[in-house]
Write a protein that binds this ligand. Sequence first.
Ligand SMILES: [Zn+2]
Ligand SMILES: [Zn+2]
Length: 87
Amino acid sequence: MMNSSSSFGIFCHKHPGDLITHGCIEYNCESNTIMCAKCLQTDTQHTEEHRLSILPFSDYIQYIAAEIGKLAAPNTSFLHKNVAGVI
Ligand SMILES: [Zn+2]
Ligand SMILES: [Zn+2]
């Protein structure tokens, strides 16, 4: 498997062979907020519903980094742990 396109990657927890490619910044999103290509394909209802909030993962990271910066206390969620590790 090649790893040339990016310096880091987070694998999808639903599809362990696939890198996360997009993230959803919709505030009330109750679906997966980080998605691989397979998630995007299989969860079309979410993709439609939040299409304006689903960003390429690099843009999503920057958005989340800004959000983490605003937090006084570390958030222990899966997402923040993973994203904080790659910033
Ligand atoms: Zn969403
Ligand atoms: Zn997936």
